[in-house]
Design a protein around this ligand. Structure first.
Ligand SMILES: Cc1cc2nc3c(=O)[nH]c(=O)nc-3n(C[C@H](O)[C@H](O)[C@H](O)COP(=O)(O)OP(=O)(O)OC[C@H]3O[C@@H](n4cnc5c(N)ncnc54)[C@H](O)[C@@H]3O)c2cc1C
Length: 209
């Protein structure tokens, strides 16, 4: 199998946005190889700087009706007392809100835009190795037995935190830092008494997301 001149491993936010940006700036043709076809089911917060990139690649306008806009985040203690608020987006200051959005909306729209622009995305292709010894170019070896060879090629590893591309071309090991963040979302009623509200919420069977 012969490849186009730039190959991106991974069609997450980074891989597809990169493909769209460079197509827009330089008209370079890409192939993207991606492990899984299906999007995640979780939600994501996206701040104005990221939205500006999504605007640049013509995706933000296609998702903006499906997002929750907000400007401020508050921190409460266990008694419901507000400790602080901070600005996380602002139409007035940054010309954009922050948004909360189902991750799959972005994950489907980005590759959809890429495919509309003629960028090929090959699904079910799990990279297992990169062979740079081949004098005529690079070989990418996939778990399904397919090898992609190219004479002149840039391989971009956008395959996430456990990047196989990175480990195939360098010895850098990554190490768990010991930090863990836990975020959850819940659909909640409007209430004035935070403690009472939380108790009601816990017993209401309302969906925790
Ligand atoms: C629980 C959670 C919540 C988060 N919430 C937020 C948030 O609210 N706001 C925010 O800005 N960021 C958030 N992040 C961080 C954000 O998701 C990442 O920074 C972002 O997804 C990184 O994008 P990426 O394209 O580099 O990698 P990824 O999104 O991980 O994409 C990697 C891609 O590579 C593919 N892939 C992986 N291995 C291979 C392989 N061997 N061969 C081929 N393809 C492969 C995957 O299928 C995927 O398509 C969150 C992360 C997590 C885990």
């Amino acid at each position: 199998m012969l490849a186009s001149n730039v190959i991106i491993i991974g069609a997450g936010l980074a891989g597809v946005t990169l493909a769209l940006c460079l197509k827009k700036q330089h008209g370079i043709s890409y192939s993207i190889y991606k492990l899984r076809p299906s999007p995640d089911e979780c939600r994501t917060h996206t701040s104005p700087n990221v939205l500006r990139v999504l605007q640049y690649v013509s995706v933000y306008d296609k998702i903006r009706t499906q997002v929750y806009n907000y400007e401020e985040v508050g921190m409460n203690n266990a008694s419901g007392q507000q400790l602080a608020t901070f600005l996380i987006g602002s139409e007035k200051l940054y010309h954009l809100y922050s948004i909360r959005v189902h991750r799959k909306i972005v994950q489907l729209k980005l590759p959809g835009e890429a495919e509309e622009q003629g960028i090929a995305i090959h699904y079910g292709m799990k990279l297992i190795d990169v062979n740079e010894d081949n004098v005529s170019g690079v070989e990418l070896i996939f778990e399904n037995g397919i090898t992609v060879a190219a004479d002149f090629v840039f391989v971009v590893g956008a395959d996430g935190v456990h990047s196989r591309t990175r480990s195939a071309v360098s010895n850098t090991a990554h190490k768990y830092s010991g930090l863990l963040g836990v975020t959850s979302m819940s659909r909640r009623p409007t209430y004035t008494n935070e403690r009472k509200g939380l108790r009601e919420l816990a017993s209401s069977g309302l969906e925790y997301l």
